[in-house]
Design a protein around this ligand. Sequence first.
Ligand SMILES: Nc1ncnc2c1ncn2[C@@H]1O[C@H](COP(=O)(O)OP(=O)(O)OP(=O)(O)O)[C@@H](O)[C@H]1O
Length: 257
Amino acid sequence: MSVLLEARNIQYSVSGHTSSVFGSRRKTVLQDVSLHVAEQETLGIVGSSGSGKSTLSRILTGLAQPENGEILFQGKDLRDAAGQVRKDIRPKIQMIFQDPQGALDPRQTVRQIVKEPLHQMALSNEEKERRVLEVLADVALPQDGAERYPRMFSGGQRQRIAIARALVTRPSVIIADEAVSALDVSTQAVVLNLLLDLQERHGLSYIFVSHDLAVIRHISHRVAVLDEGRIVETGPTLSVLDHPQQSTTRDLIAASL
Ligand SMILES: Nc1ncnc2c1ncn2[C@@H]1O[C@H](COP(=O)(O)OP(=O)(O)OP(=O)(O)O)[C@@H](O)[C@H]1O
């Protein structure tokens, strides 16, 4: 399988507290993080709270810029990519967040929400409308749902709306940051199985960020363990979770039992 999205030696810090004596100190959030996901593969990213998972997701989707390091899509460095290439690549990388309630504008109809990522794309309005209906069917939401508002749907359905919005640009990779964490366990299973089904039908890759090892076990082919901004262990999911080599991984497993 060929590599689709790759992060190389990512470094990221934020300004910490300011001291009148020492000036502003920076806090390292990610240190020398390298990872990749292949076509049609799911890479799980696990780590305790504050280990840097969300920051890494934001960098992978281009919502935050690393201080050092590269993000490559099909071998192209996104920083070097010229305007049009960047414009072509961006729709190929989409994101789903934890909280569908917060991520969906309550004043917009489902049609407007799902259509929004297409604004940047040179498509006719007819094609955009066609795609909206196509992805609503893809995530098994009724087409008459298009005129309704997010509050009229259950938590699981709202996450389907968020998935439809991510799919509408026909991405190659979706970064899911705690995408099922806000859902109850049975709804989690339904949404995870939908994601697996979409992966098979559309040949998608996922980078799936979660603190929940049961979720990671269910969906990921490989897993990377983050600890204080560094990847401390990576490998096939079952070998990492059943035969952890690092104390961080053992602690995460113990905490999940
Ligand atoms: N803009 C920022 N300003 C200050 N600190 C930040 C900022 N962004 C991230 N951090 C810090 O970086 C660290 C990593 O945060 P991040 O949200 O990426 O971790 P996480 O693993 O996703 O945590 P959680 O599972 O709790 O969401 C935390 O200590 C956080 O406080």
